[in-house]
Design a protein around this ligand. Structure first.
Ligand SMILES: [Zn+2]
Ligand SMILES: [Zn+2]
Length: 242
C-alpha cells in the first residue's frame, strides 16, 4: 500500500507513459515502455558476434566479412541493442522530440557496458557531431542530442571529460544517402580542430546514437588516430545488423 502510494507520488512528479503507445503501467514507470511494447522490441540474441563491430555472425569466425575487408580504425563497437523496426522508430522519436521515457528505455543495459569499459581506462569521450558545426548543445533547432543520455551515464560512471576535437566539413546529412554514397561522402566529412592537431588523447570513447555502416565513425576514428589517438571504442544505443 505504502509503495503504491510512493509510486503514485513519483508518477505525479514524473508521469511516465509508454514511449510507444502512451499507456501507463508498472513497466512504463520503470523503463519508459509498457510491458507489451517492451516485449515487442526484443531481438533474437545471436550465438556469435564480430569481435570488432559486434554484428551477429552465423558461425564462429572472429571478424565479420565487412570488418575484414576494409581498414577499420576503431577498436571495438559496443551497442546496447540490435536495431529492429520498433527500436528504429523509438530512436526517431528520441531524435525528433527528446522523449524522456524513450531515452530511459534505449539506455537500458548501459551501466553494465560502461563498467566493462571502465576497466579499459578511457581518457576522454566525444559525441560525434552529426549536425551543424558541433552545435549539439545549443542549437535552436534541436536543443538536445539523442546521444546525450549516453554521455550523462558515461560521465557519471567513467568520470572522463567530453572533448570536441572534430568539426564537420560538410553540412550534408547522411540520411537518405545510398550505401556507397555514405562511404564516399564520409571520406571528407570531418576535420581536426586546430587546437587538437597531433594532441588527441590516447584512448577515446566515441558516443553516437546508432552504428549503421560505420562509415562516419570509421572516418572520425581515422582522423583521431592521425592526430595522436591510439584506440577508439564506440558506444551506441543501436546497431544495424542486417
Ligand atoms: Zn506501450
Ligand atoms: Zn564486424
Amino acid at each position: 500500500m505504502r509503495s503504491l502510494f510512493f509510486l503514485r507520488l513519483l508518477d505525479f512528479f514524473f508521469p511516465l507513459h509508454c514511449g510507444i503507445c502512451g499507456r501507463e503501467d508498472f513497466f512504463s514507470l520503470k523503463i519508459g515502455l509498457c510491458k507489451r511494447c517492451a516485449n515487442a522490441t526484443r531481438t533474437f540474441e545471436p550465438a556469435y558476434r564480430c569481435n570488432i563491430c559486434s554484428s551477429p555472425l552465423s558461425n564462429s569466425s572472429d571478424v565479420c566479412g565487412f570488418c575484414d575487408s576494409r581498414n577499420v580504425f576503431f577498436t571495438r563497437v559496443f551497442s546496447l541493442r540490435d536495431r529492429n523496426d520498433l527500436l528504429g522508430e523509438l530512436l526517431n522519436k528520441l531524435k525528433s522530440n527528446n522523449e524522456y521515457p524513450v531515452s530511459i528505455f534505449l539506455s537500458l543495459g548501459i551501466r553494465r557496458t560502461l563498467r566493462e569499459l571502465k576497466t579499459l581506462n578511457m581518457d576522454a569521450c566525444i559525441l560525434l557531431p552529426s549536425y551543424s558545426n558541433g552545435k549539439i548543445f545549443n542549437s535552436d533547432l534541436r536543443p538536445f542530442s539523442p546521444s546525450s543520455r549516453l554521455y550523462e551515464e558515461t560521465r557519471r560512471i567513467l568520470k572522463i571529460p567530453l572533448i570536441d576535437p572534430l568539426m564537420k566539413t560538410s553540412s550534408e546529412r547522411q540520411a537518405g544517402k545510398s550505401f556507397s554514397e555514405r562511404f564516399f561522402h564520409a571520406y571528407s566529412a570531418w576535420e581536426i580542430k586546430p587546437n587538437w592537431k597531433d594532441r588527441c588523447p590516447s584512448k577515446i570513447l566515441l558516443l553516437d546514437d546508432v552504428f549503421t555502416t560505420g562509415a562516419s565513425v570509421n572516418e572520425a576514428c581515422r582522423i583521431l588516430k592521425k592526430n595522436g589517438t591510439k584506440s577508439v571504442y564506440v558506444l551506441t544505443y543501436l546497431r544495424v545488423s542486417d
